[in-house]
Design a protein around this ligand. Structure first.
Ligand SMILES: NC(=O)c1ccc[n+]([C@@H]2O[C@H](COP(=O)([O-])OP(=O)(O)OC[C@H]3O[C@@H](n4cnc5c(N)ncnc54)[C@H](OP(=O)(O)O)[C@@H]3O)[C@@H](O)[C@H]2O)c1
Length: 396
C-alpha cells in the first residue's frame, strides 16, 4: 500500500516518525506492507529523512499518483477542502486531523467518499490522541446518545488550571500558555471557545446522525471569566472548566461551549493542565468517560496512524452520513446557574423568591449565588434589574 502525507509540521512529522518507529507492528497488524511514497510540503522544518520519498509542492502529482491513502495534516480550510475533495474523487482514502475544515465540510466530503467507495476518517480532529470518534461510532453504536460533555481544548484547560490552582490572572496564564507552546500567537480560536465549538459540532453529528450547523452551538469563551468567580466558585465547592456540552431532551438538542461550574468531587473537575476528557451518556451504557492528551505530535499521530491502519486493514466500509438537520432548541433547557451581581444580598432578597437562589458570596465583588434550575430566558427575565457580572451554568 502506498501512503502520502500532506504537511510536515507538528503532526505531519509525528505521523512519519510513528509510521517508521512502529512499522513492524503496523505491518503485522494490517497484515500487509506499506510505504510512504510522497510528501507534500513547502519545507522540511524538522529535517526528517525523506530519502526514497517524493517531496513535492505540486498537489496534482499526488492526486494523479497511484497512492492508496493520503494523510492530510496541513490545516487551513479552503485548500485542504479542495484537495481532499479531489483525492476522494480520484479514489484515494483520506485521513485528516483538520477540525476547522471538517466542522464546515464533513457532510459533503463523507458523501463524496461514499460515492467513490473510499474511506474518510478523522479520529484526530477531536481530542487529539484519544479515540473518542472510534469509541462513539463503534463502541457506543448500540446506544441512543443523550449527552456529550467534555473538556475539548487543552490550551484553555491549562489556563483555567493555573488560574484556579495558582490564582494567576487570565492574561498571565495566557502568556505562560503561549510560552509553553500550548497557545498560538493568535489565541482567539482557543480562548474564544471556537475550537471546542467545532469539536462539539463534529461529535454531535456523529452521536445523533443529524446535520449540525456549527453556528447552532452557542459559544462563550474564557476571555471574560474573572479570577474572582473562579475563587468564589472554588470556595463554594466548584471548579470552572470550559465545557463543550451537547444534550438531548424530548427530541430536541441543545449545544454550547461555555465556562461551567463542576462539583470539585467529579472526575471531569479533576482533568487538569492541557488534558482532554469526554463523557458520553447513552441509554445502554449509562455514562462513560474518555481521558487523555488532546494534542501533541506523537499523541495526535497515534490517532491518525490508527485511522490509516483501520483503512489498510478493512478498506472501504462506508462513511457516516446524516439524515437531515438536527432539531435544535438553543439554551432552552432548565439548568442551575452561578450568578454574580453588583448589588447587595438585601436587594436580591427584596426582588427574588428566596427559594430560587442561594447566596455563596457577599462582599466587595457584589453578591454571588446559585439558582434553582431555570431556562436562560427566565434567568435573564428574573435578573433584568440587576447588574450581572457573571452568569455560568452549573453541571448537574
Ligand atoms: N498540533 C496538534 O497537536 C494537533 C492536534 C489535533 C489536530 N491537529 C490538526 O492537525 C493539522 C496540522 O496541525 P499542525 O499542528 O501539525 O500544524 P503545523 O505545525 O502548522 O503544520 C502544518 C504543515 O502543513 C504545511 N502546509 C500548510 N498549508 C500548506 C499549503 N497550502 N501548501 C503546502 N504546505 C502547507 C505547513 O507548511 P509551512 O510550514 O511551510 O507553512 C506545515 O508543514 C491541523 O488541521 C490541526 O488542527 C493538530
Amino acid at each position: 500500500m502506498k501512503l502520502a502525507v500532506l504537511g510536515l509540521g507538528t503532526v505531519g512529522s509525528g505521523v512519519i516518525n510513528l509510521l517508521r518507529q512502529n512499522k513492524d507492528i503496523i505491518e503485522e497488524r494490517i497484515n500487509g506492507n506499506f510505504d510512504i511514497t510522497h510528501v507534500f510540503a513547502r519545507d522540511n522544518r524538522y529535517n526528517l529523512d525523506l530519502s526514497g520519498i517524493i517531496h513535492t509542492q505540486d498537489i496534482d502529482e499526488i492526486i494523479n499518483s497511484d497512492v492508496d491513502l493520503v494523510i492530510e495534516v496541513m490545516g487551513g480550510i479552503d485548500f485542504a477542502y479542495e484537495t481532499i475533495k479531489s483525492l476522494l474523487k480520484s479514489g484515494k482514502h483520506v485521513v485528516t486531523a483538520n477540525k476547522d475544515m471538517l466542522a464546515i465540510h464533513v457532510e459533503e466530503l463523507s458523501r463524496i467518499a461514499n460515492e467513490n467507495e473510499v474511506q474518510f476518517n478523522y479520529e484526530a480532529s477531536v481530542a487529539g490522541g484519544i479515540p473518542v470518534i472510534l469509541g462513539l461510532q463503534y463502541g457506543l453504536n448500540a446506544n441512543h446518545i443523550t449527552r456529550i460533555m467534555g473538556i475539548l481544548n487543552g490550551t484553555t484547560n491549562y489556563i483555567l488550571t493555573r488560574m484556579s490552582q495558582d490564582d494567576w490572572e487570565f492574561d498571565y496564564a495566557l502568556n505562560q500558555a503561549q510560552e509553553l507552546g500550548y497557545a498560538e500567537a493568535d489565541p482567539t480560536n482557543d480562548i474564544g471557545g471556537f475550537d471546542a465549538r467545532r469539536k462539539t459540532a463534529i461529535l454531535s453529528r456523529l452521536a445523533y446522525r443529524r446535520e449540525i450547523d456549527m453556528e447552532d452551538v452557542a459559544v462563550t469563551g474564557i476571555e471574560e471569566l474573572e479570577l474572582t468567580d473562579i475563587q468564589i466558585a472554588k470556595e463554594a465547592g466548584y471548579t470552572i472548566k470550559l465545557i463543550g456540552l451537547s444534550e438531548v431532551q424530548d427530541g430536541q438538542i441543545d449545544m454550547m461551549v461555555t465556562p461551567m461550574l463542576l462539583d470539585t468531587a467529579t472526575q471531569l473537575a479533576k482533568v487538569d493542565e492541557a488534558m482532554n476528557a469526554v463523557y458520553f451518556n447513552g441509554d445502554a451504557i449509562g455514562e462513560t468517560m474518555f481521558y487523555g492528551p488532546g494534542a501533541g505530535s506523537m499523541e495526535t499521530a497515534s490517532a491518525i496512524v490508527a485511522d490509516a491502519m483501520y483503512i489498510l486493514s478493512f478498506g472501504f466500509i462506508g462513511n457516516t452520513v446524516t439524515e437531515g438537520k438536527a432539531p435544535i432548541a438553543p439554551q432552552s433547557f432548565a439548568r442551575k446557574y452561578y450568578v454574580r451581581v453588583e448589588e447587595s444580598t438585601t436587594s436580591l432578597e427584596n426582588a427574588l423568591d428566596s427559594n430560587f437562589f442561594e447566596v455563596v458570596y457577599s462582599g466587595e465583588e457584589g453578591t454571588a449565588f446559585t439558582t434553582e434550575p431555570v431556562t436562560m430566558e427566565d434567568a435573564k427575565a428574573q435578573l433584568k434589574d440587576f447588574n450581572v457580572q457573571a452568569i455560568y451554568p452549573i453541571a448537574d
